[in-house]
Design a protein around this ligand. Structure first.
Ligand SMILES: [Zn+2]
Length: 360
C-alpha cells in the first residue's frame, strides 16, 4: 500500500497530478465530419490510407491503415476473421496492390484476426512487440482454453460457479476470430528504435494496461500518429484485469498515457475506432478525467464491504448484459485494485473465497 489522496488546487483527484498535468480545457477537433464508410479505403494523409472494416461486436468497426512503400503497402492492423472482412480485403487488394509487411498494434482479434491469412497470401512478415507475441503464443496454444482460465478470477470477485460457466459458454474463443499465424512469419519489433515505413520514419510509443505492450507509431515529422487502441476519440480503452496479466493495469495505462500529453495539437491522430482527430493531448486529458470520475464514483459506491459483482449495477448505473459482463467485471476489478494500491480501499478474502472491498 502506498500513496493516498492527492490534491490539485480546489479538486481532489484520485490520479496523482504528475500523471495529468497541464491545461484541461484544450479541445479536440474531428478530422472527418462525415462518418467513414466501411470497406472503402481513402487517403487520410499523403500515401496513408484508412480502411474501415466491419466487426461482429457492439463496437461494429475497426480502422486499419495502409502506408505506401515502393510498389506495395505496409498494413497496420488487419480486422477480425469474418467473411465480410475477407471480401473487403480481396476488393481492396485488387484496387491498391500487394502488401509488403504487417504491423500489429496488439494481439486482440480485431487487430490481428486476419494477419495470418493476409501474411500467407503475400508471403510476408507480421511484426509485433515482444509482450504481444508472448500473448499470441499463449492464446493460440491448442492445449489451453484461455477463456475458461478466467473462471477462478470471476468467482473470486463474486460470480457464482454457475454464472461463470454460463458466461464462459457465451464468450467467443480467440482461435475462432484469429486465423493461424505461422511462427516463421513473426518478427519482433524493437520499440527502442525508429521504424522506417515507406517514406516515413516512426517513433514507437509503448502503451500498457489494455494489453501487455501496445504499439503506437508517431511520425517523426509530427504529421501523423498511428495511435491504435491507446487513445480513442469517442470511447475510453477497456482497461481490465485478466488472469495471468497485469494486476494494476489502470496504473500501467496512466503511466504510459503520459507521452500522449506531449503530442502536438497539429498532429493527426489515426485511431483504431471512430474518427481521426487533432488534439491527442486534450483527448488524453479527457481520458484521465473520465477515469478520475469513475474512481471517485466507485469509492462513493463502496459504502460497506462489497465484492466486485455487487458493485457493478450501481457503478455502471444498471446491471450488465451477459455479453458485457466479461469486460465489465475485468474493468471493475482494475478500478478496485487501483484504489486498493493507492490506499483508498482494503480488500479481504471471505471464508467462501470471495474478495470484498471496503474503504480503508
Ligand atoms: Zn484491444
Amino acid at each position: 500500500m502506498s500513496g493516498g489522496q492527492t490534491t490539485v488546487p480546489g479538486v481532489q483527484t484520485f490520479i496523482p497530478e504528475k500523471f495529468w498535468p497541464g491545461d484541461r480545457s484544450e479541445g479536440v477537433t474531428q478530422h472527418h465530419k462525415a462518418e467513414i464508410e466501411v470497406g472503402t479505403p481513402f487517403e487520410i494523409a499523403e500515401d496513408v490510407f484508412l480502411l474501415r472494416l466491419p466487426l461482429p461486436f457492439a463496437l461494429n468497426h475497426i480502422n486499419v491503415y495502409l502506408i505506401r512503400e515502393g510498389n506495395g503497402w505496409v498494413l497496420i492492423d488487419c480486422g477480425v476473421n469474418t467473411s465480410k472482412a475477407r471480401d473487403i480485403w480481396e476488393a481492396t487488394i485488387k484496387k491498391l496492390g500487394p502488401l509488403n509487411r504487417i504491423i500489429a498494434t496488439h494481439h486482440h482479434p480485431d487487430h490481428i484476426g486476419l494477419a495470418g491469412w493476409l501474411a500467407d497470401k503475400f508471403d510476408i512478415l507480421v511484426l509485433m512487440t515482444e509482450g504481444e507475441l508472448e500473448v499470441v503464443g499463449r492464446y493460440s496454444d491448442p492445449d489451453r482454453d484461455i477463456v475458461a482460465e478466467r473462471s477462478p478470477l470471476w468467482c473470486e470477485h463474486g460470480l457464482s460457479a454457475e454464472q461463470a460457466v454460463q458466461l464462459l459458454d457465451k464468450m467467443p474463443r480467440y482461435t475462432k476470430l484469429v486465423t493461424p499465424l505461422q511462427n516463421d512469419r513473426l518478427q519482433l519489433i524493437d520499440t527502442t528504435k525508429v521504424m522506417s515505413v515507406g517514406e516515413r520514419r516512426f517513433k514507437p510509443i509503448v502503451g500498457r494496461g489494455h494489453c501487455p505492450e501496445h504499439l503506437s507509431l508517431l511520425d517523426e515529422t509530427g504529421e501523423i500518429l498511428v495511435g491504435g487502441y491507446q487513445v480513442l476519440p469517442k470511447i475510453t480503452p477497456n482497461i481490465a484485469v485478466w488472469p495471468g496479466g497485469d494486476l494494476n493495469p489502470l496504473l500501467s495505462y496512466f503511466v504510459t498515457l503520459q507521452p500522449f500529453l506531449e503530442i502536438s495539437p497539429a498532429t493527426l491522430l489515426l485511431p483504431s475506432h471512430h474518427q481521426p482527430l487533432y488534439g491527442t493531448a486534450a483527448r488524453a486529458r479527457q481520458i484521465y478525467a473520465h477515469h478520475d470520475a469513475r474512481l471517485r464514483a466507485l469509492l462513493d459506491t463502496c459504502d460497506r464491504a462489497m465484492n466486485a459483482c455487487e458493485l457493478i449495477p450501481a457503478w455502471f448505473g444498471r446491471p450488465l448484459r451477459e455479453e458485457e459482463m466479461g469486460f465489465g467485471l475485468g474493468e471493475m476489478i482494475a478500478h478496485l485494485n487501483y484504489l486498493e494500491v493507492e490506499g483508498y480501499l482494503v480488500s479481504r478474502l471471505t471464508e467462501s473465497g470471495v474478495r470484498t472491498f471496503e474503504k480503508s
